[in-house]
Design a protein around this ligand. Structure first.
Ligand SMILES: C[S@@+](CC[C@H](N)C(=O)[O-])C[C@H]1O[C@@H](n2cnc3c(N)ncnc32)[C@H](O)[C@@H]1O
Length: 237
């Protein structure tokens, strides 16, 4: 479970009017049909991508998060919309009630909580079984380690959120095979909490070879101008 500040961060910083959620959902909709589709979001968090997606009128949206706090925030925003359902659990082992036209996973959630490419491949295989048919797609975000290192070198500390007396500082680190992001929540006097996320560095060529064995095609498109965040679109060939 995350501390509440983590979700406040998403609400106060990332859901500003200038935020990129709607733009990112637009990019997704260039690669998969959203209108009239059955869609699953894994790692819905506070529901900002979901609310942008719902404006494009999917037939239904199922949304899951392993953190019940995130689900209650999302539910308070979107729970009254027909054909939207929320689940609490691990998105990669949950028994979903149906199959989908599109499964999407943002913020590198797909490469967190796995320790090697084999485990990551198992996740992909599980997700492929959730697809309705050969036209359905999985779209997920990964981080490009080389571009991350350029933009946020090891040791640099960026401040993501500062109100009158609180700060969330973010520090990046790059051990072999990993991108590590450390969040530290402090005020001027004391530290409130820390949260470290370990993101597996995904090699796109290795992923492409793995998918081609299963007759699955892959396309990688930039999600931001720096090339640090990438969207991977996979579907049957
Ligand atoms: C950065 S937030 C997502 C933000 C979200 N797209 C939005 O629009 O607000 C990432 C979320 O993924 C969730 N998460 C991480 N691993 C997960 C997993 N294996 N299954 C379900 N949820 C997961 C975390 O609990 C967190 O709430």
């Amino acid at each position: 479970m995350h501390s509440l500040w983590y979700y406040e961060l998403y609400e106060t910083v990332f859901s500003r009017p200038s935020s990129v959620y709607a733009k990112e959902i637009d990019i997704i909709s260039n690669y998969a049909k959203v209108d009239g589709s059955d869609i699953l979001e894994i790692g819905v968090g506070t529901g900002n991508h979901a609310s942008a997606l719902l404006k494009l009128q999917p037939k239904l949206l199922d949304a899951i998060d392993m953190d019940s706090k995130a689900i209650s925030i999302s539910f308070s925003k979107l729970g009254s919309i027909p054909n939207v359902s929320f689940f609490v659990g691990d998105g990669f082992s949950f028994s979903y009630p149906r199959s989908y036209d599109l499964v999407y996973i943002m913020y590198s959630v797909i490469s967190q909580g796995v320790f090697c490419f084999k485990e990551f491949g198992n996740r992909i295989a599980i997700l492929l079984r959730l697809l309705k048919n050969a036209d359905a797609s999985i779209i997920f975000e990964i981080l490009d380690k080389t571009q991350c290192m350029k933009r946020y070198p090891t040791g640099i500390i960026t401040e993501l959120y500062r109100d009158s007396n609180q700060t969330v500082s973010v520090q990046w680190d790059y051990p072999p095979n990993w991108i590590v992001v450390k969040y530290l929540h402090t005020d001027s006097e004391k530290e409130f909490s820390r949260y470290t996320v370990k993101i597996l560095d995904i090699n796109i060529d290795e992923l492409g070879e793995f998918l081609s064995l299963m007759q699955i095609g892959i396309r990688v498109v930039p999600l931001d101008t720096s090339g640090r965040r990438k969207l991977v679109v996979i579907r049957h060939l």
